[in-house]
Every structure is written in C-alpha cells, then in structure tokens.
Write a protein that binds this ligand. Structure first.
Ligand code: ADP
Ligand code: MG
Length: 509
C-alpha cells in the first residue's frame, strides 16, 4: 500500500493573533486542551486554573447544563442527573438517554463537553478558538468519528483533523523524528483499554494494528477494591445497608486510595456511610492481588493484537505508556514482563495524547513535513446474495484508502440494485453493523449477470467513508455518493446549529 497522506501544506501559514488552534483529548474520563505556538506545545490549565484535567461529566437539571468539576460535585449528590463515560456510546450517537428528566443523546453530551472545553480554553487564553485537532480512539468506527466531528461543529469548532489517540501519543514523544521501527502504545484510561502497534519509517507513521476493550480501565480496579473493602466492612460491622449513592461516593474514595497506593506502599482509610464507620488498612500488594486479573486481561488483549498483526513481541522497539491507570506499579510490571522492557513514561501519561494533538494542530497551522498514516480498525464491505458480506476494504488497511469492486445483477431485466454498506468482521449481514443503504436505479435492462456495477469505497484521512456506485456496460454512468447514514445530514446539522444558536453558552453553565 502506498497511500501517503501529507498532513500539512508547506510553511508560511501564520495564526491570526486573536484566534488560536487547539488540540483536544476528548477522554472517556477526563478531557484536556493544549495549545501550540512557535515555542512549543503546552497543556492549558482550565476551570479557573484549577487543573488540566476536566472531568468528562455533564449534569442536566432545571438550572441548565453543568460540565466538568461542577458536574462531578453534582454526581456525588445526584448521580442520576449526570452523564458519565458517554464517549463509549458515540457509536450510537442518536440514542436517547435520560438524565435528571432531560432527554439527551450521546452526540449532545459530547457537544456540551466540547463547548465547555472551548469556553474554558478561550477564558484561559483570552482568545477565540475556532479550530481544533481532536483525538479519537483508533478503534472508533465511522459512526463514532462522524459523531465526534458533528459534536465539534455544533460546539462551534471546525475539526482540522481527527487523529487517533495512539498516533497522537507517539507524536508527543517525537518518535517520528528520531526513531525507526515498531512501537506499541499501551493506553489504559478510566474506562477503556487500547493497544496499538505503530510503525515508523522515514518519518512516516502507520498504525499497523489496534485492539482493546471499551469496558476495561481504572474504574474496574476501583470496583474490585470496593468489593474487597465492603466484605471487610461486613466482617467488622455485620451486614449493613449500602445504597447506590453510597456506592458512587465510595467508588470516588476507592479511586483516591488506588492512586495513593501508586506512590505509597500502604495506608489507612475510613468508610463512613449511613452513620457507620469502618477502618481499613491496605497495602499495595493487596491492591495488586485484587487487580491482577484485570491487569492480566490487558496483557491477553496485547497477545491477541500481536497474533492478529502477525508480529513478534521482540520486533517492538519501544512501548509508550498512556492513560492515568498506567501509573500503577502493577500495570508497569505487567507491561515490563510482557514486552521485556520498561514502558516509556517520560511524558505524563495523562498528557501524552493532548500534547500530540497540539503538535498536530501546530503542524496543520504552521506547516511541517510530517507524514501520518493510520489504519482502519474494522473491515468495510457490501451485502451480496444470501446476506453474505463482501469485504471491500479490509481491517488494518492503511488510510486514506480507496478500493473498487465490480458487481452484477442476478435477475434478468433487473433495473435496481441495493447497495448496503456494512462494517465489521462477520461473514453474514447480521454479524456486521449496517452503515448506510441506498438503491442504484436506472440500471439498463439486461440479462442476469450482464450489467457491470462498479462500487468504490473511499475512506479519507479522518476515517470517514464515501461510497459510490456506477453502471459501466452501456456507457450510462450513474454515480451516487452517500455519507454514512448514522452521521447527521447537512440539513439536520443546520437545524441543530440554528437551535444551538438560540442558546447563549453562558446561560448553560
Ligand atoms: P481516559 O483516557 O479514559 O479519560 P485517563 O487517562 O484520564 O482516562 O485515566 C483515568 C484513570 O487513571 C482513572 O481510573 C484514574 O484513577 C487513573 N489514575 C490517575 N492517576 C493515577 C495514579 N496516580 N495511580 C493509579 N491510577 C491513576
Ligand atoms: Mg485517554
């Protein structure tokens, strides 16, 4: 494959001084914003300079919409009002969710977070922000990528580029500048785990393979710790009521305990719920024992990715650690054992992705010669006879990619053909995800098997897909281009933008 994507125009583009281009890591648990200028990239302090990490939480209620730290405070009192880890749902961006009596979709939640990040960054920088590079997990499918783009646009941001998170992390390490070879990016966040294998050759970046689990992360470590302490508590105090609300706030405490045990080898903590206190002493080795099966599952996934990619672990030059949970000594040890080397962690694992996004924003604004190649994580294909899926672009193909294939009619005089676009590895339609469907009309009436219909898939650099079809036999050409049907149509987008325009952002906080 030789599709090289030049991600930048040559030099000589400069920022207008009153506007800025930012990098955004829209995380499942936390989101961050970075800014690049001539001197370098820095992560912005947001929420009144309190922190770089903005909780990716949105609270809905009578007073409007609250994002970030305020939403986290509300979460501790009234969790049912707060949208948590909604990034996982972006693949079904229009799904109806309910928080505090408000109906919202994952798309709207993402829009609220992005709008808040934009406002916060504008306050910090005292500049208007119109454009951004946003990172997405490498496994994000068409729907989730479209939804991220749509959400940004609704939040008033033009997306210069969607960059895969592992690629951004590798950029932050500057691997493209001085390294050649294959690198693994091990990303363990709050709710998700991803392993990506990137190859770097002559300053060209390529994602070779990705794998992961969208329901495995630091939150699960918190949950096993809580189960353990609740058993201890029961031994101390007998069986006690423990409400869902107690559980939510206890989980926050578990997160703190877990994080403290990263640097301390032991400590004492108190669980004080429903007027009953229990005391617990905990050593790091106990936490390690509890978390071992979860940490081991990340390694099983790594093994699978290597098998898929037909690569040996010894071929890996370095392992980059990304995501807050990779600070855990247990995780670092597992990585060391599996890869036979220490993970790279010179850059704070929370910040690697957003720093890479900032570098990318800078490259797109100021110009650079970096080349960037990514890979599609899922195969794309078409429905054929007997509900069988014919793959057109295979998983792990480098993008941008374009592929054509010819099809024909199976009935005499057939003048229409259904083009049903699917994504996934299954052989049957029912095992794949339906992306789009349209009917190619005006096929000349010919005996079965005589019409020649070429279907072309074009997957662009952001991982967005366009499908076109035309009939070749008679010289009559008909070309249809579809956008995946899960994304918003231009009309829907305009309607939504009009609705958004009537709300003042300030009234929402
Ligand atoms: P995401 O990419 O999903 O938004 P992050 O990269 O922000 O997630 O990771 C959040 C997770 O990292 C949480 O589970 C948090 O408890 C964990 N984490 C952060 N700091 C530490 C630490 N010092 N030790 C252990 N875990 C940590
Ligand atoms: Mg992350």
């Amino acid at each position: 494959m030789s599709h090289l994507l030049q991600i930048t125009e040559p030099d000589e583009v400069t920022f207008e001084s009153t506007t800025a281009v930012v990098g955004i890591d829209l995380g499942t648990t936390h989101s961050l914003v970075s800014i690049a200028d001539e001197t370098g990239v820095k992560v912005l302090q947001l929420e009144g300079s309190q922190s770089e990490l903005v909780p990716s939480l949105v609270a809905y209620g009578a007073e409007g919409v609250c994002v970030g730290k305020k939403a986290r405070d509300i979460f501790l009192q009234e969790p049912s009002r707060v949208a948590v880890s909604t990034k996982r749902l972006l693949q079904a961006a229009q799904k109806q969710l309910e928080f505090g009596g408000h109906q919202v979709t994952p798309l709207e939640v993402a829009t609220d977070i992005l709008r808040y990040l934009k406002q916060q960054a504008e306050t910090t920088l005292q500049k208007e922000i119109r454009q951004a590079v946003i990172t997405v997990p490498a496994y994000f499918d068409e729907r989730a990528r479209s939804a991220t783009r749509d959400a940004a646009r609704l939040a008033g941001l033009e997306v210069l580029r969607l960059v895969n998170e592992p690629t951004a992390a590798a950029l932050a390490y500057g691997l493209e500048k001085n390294a050649e070879g294959i690198y693994a990016i091990y990303d363990l966040g709050g709710g998700t785990f991803d392993l990506s294998l990137l190859s770097l050759h002559k300053e060209v970046f390529r994602v070779l393979a990705t794998g992961g689990d969208t329901h495995l992360g630091g939150d699960d470590f918190d949950a096993v710790l809580l189960e353990f302490l609740l058993i201890e508590r029961e031994q101390q105090l007998g069986k006690l009521a423990f409400s869902e609300l107690d559980r939510k706030s206890a989980l926050m405490l578990m997160r703190q305990i877990k994080e403290q045990l990263t640097t301390k080898s032991s400590g004492c903590w108190v669980l004080d719920y429903q007027g009953c206190r229990s005391e617990h002493q905990l050593h790091r080795f106990q936490l390690d024992l509890l978390c071992e099966p979860l940490a081991e599952s990340t390694i099983q996934i790594c093994r699978k990715v290597f098998q898929d990619a037909e690569l040996e672990i010894s071929e890996i030059k370095g392992v980059v650690l990304v995501g807050g949970a990779t600070r855990m000594p247990l995780v670092r040890q597992k990585v060391r054992e599996f890869f036979g080397q220490n993970g790279l962690c010179d850059i704070d694992p929370d910040r690697a992705v957003v720093l890479g996004a900032g570098l990318q924003a800078k490259a797109l604004s100021y110009g650079s010669t970096s080349l960037l190649l990514d890979v599609t994580p899922l195969s794309l294909g078409l429905e054929t006879m007997g509900e069988v899926v014919e793959k057109i672009i295979y998983r792990n193909s480098p993008i941008p990619a374009s592929q054509s294939q010819e099809f024909t009619t199976y009935q005499d005089g057939q003048t229409q053909m259904k083009i049903h676009v699917l994504q996934g590895e299954g052989e049957k339609v029912s095992n794949c995800r339906s992306l789009a469907e349209f009917i190619l009309e005006n096929i000349p009436s010919l005996p079965a098997g005589r019409a020649r219909i070429a279907v072309t898939f074009i997957l662009d650099a952001d991982g967005l897909l366009q499908v076109s079809a035309h009939e070749k036999t008679t010289g009559i050409q008909q070309m249809i281009t579809v956008k995946p049907s899960y994304g918003l149509s231009e009309e829907d987008m305009l309607t939504l933008l009009r609705q958004e325009g009537t709300k003042s952002p300030d009234s929402k906080q």
